[in-house]
Ligand binder design. Structure first.
Ligand code: GLN
Length: 312
């Protein structure tokens, strides 16, 4: 195989950490008040290879809110459940070109959520999870997250409360989709489950492990359990290439050339198919909502280890 050695990966992580420390700029998310309170100088990087090797730099065991990164993993469960075709019909696949919580993007496309990685499409994705009531749906969602992370994840109650008290915009989006026939369960219940999902605690090392399941064709390289159908991995990674960093995914793809997903908690995960996943955490965000230092760190590693998918 052409997977870089553990030593090469560790050196790339250490170099990226030292470099990212010097990168300035960005601001913690403040529209969710509890996220503004997270120390801005935290920085962590992790890599998990398809062989299950875990390498880290910085505070990779410090939990933070997964936020939008959860969208890319709940998608696996729902795609396995209803299939790629149904997902494309009910939600869509194309980038919006608009911010992650855009109402305009919905209005401009006949009420369709457009893709599962923006708030509209992600909430619609949650509305497709099976279960007779909120408890059953949540249990199914958590089973899926826990098998990606190979541990029992927990909700950060402080973030959950803070986000629940300030998520009127998301509630509006859910009702709007419902009015157009693009929502598949009761809006208030689903928005609450979506908000809980976004408030999950995750560490940088766990996030890299979650991503490594995608790098490994849908099998968790540590537990060796299949967590998503093999056929669904390519479309999910394609979706991350198109919309993983919202309306600045193009900038990311030019520089990094790897499918990735960010969250306003400051997390970022990138997938190098057949090799490894990389994750980073640093709270300050660029205007689109992506971690500034996290992007710098992962781009540095991708360059050093020559992981850009579009290089021959
Ligand atoms: N929970 C956040 C929201 O719904 C997630 C957004 C994000 O990470 N971009 O606004």
């Amino acid at each position: 195989d052409n997977i870089p050695s553990k030593e090469q990966i560790q050196t790339a992580l250490d170099n990226a950490y030292a470099f990212a420390k010097t990168v300035q700029g960005g601001k913690n998310a403040s529209y969710i008040p509890a996220l503004a309170q997270v120390p801005s100088d935290l920085l962590a990087i992790a890599a998990v290879t398809v062989n299950g090797d875990v390498l880290t730099a910085g505070s990779a065991d410090r939990p933070f809110a997964i936020e939008s990164i959860s969208k890319a993993f709940n998608l696996a469960y729902v795609m396995d459940l209803i299939g790629m075709k149904q997902l494309r019909t009910k939600i869509g696949a194309d980038p919006t070109g608009e911010p992650f919580n855009s109402v305009m993007a919905i209005e401009l496309h006949g009420g369709k959520p457009l893709n599962p990685l923006v708030n509209a499409g992600a909430m619609a994705t949650v509305s497709l999870v099976n279960g007779a009531d909120a408890d059953e749906i949540w249990a199914n969602m958590m089973n899926n997250f826990n098998s990606f992370a190979n541990t029992a994840l927990t909700v950060n109650q402080e973030i959950y409360k803070s986000e629940s008290a300030t998520n009127q915009h998301n509630r509006g989006i859910a009702w709007l989709l419902d009015s157009y026939g693009y929502f598949y369960n009761t809006p208030p219940m689903i928005v609450d489950l979506y908000t809980r999902m976004c408030s999950l605690n995750i560490t940088t090392a766990q996030l890299a492990l979650m991503g490594s399941c995608y790098a490994n064709g849908g099998v968790n390289p540590v537990s060796k359990k299949r967590v998503v159908k093999e056929e669904n991995v390519p479309p999910i990674l394609a979706e991350m290439c198109m919309s993983g960093l919202y309306d600045s995914t193009g900038d990311w793809m030019y520089k990094a050339g790897l499918p990735a997903k960010s969250g306003v908690g400051g997390g970022l995960v990138a997938v190098s198919p057949g090799k490894m996943a990389l994750a980073a955490f640093s709270p300050p965000l660029d205007p689109a909502g992506n971690t500034v230092r996290g992007q710098a760190a992962l781009q540095s590693i991708i360059k050093e280890l020559n992981l850009n998918l579009f290089r021959s």
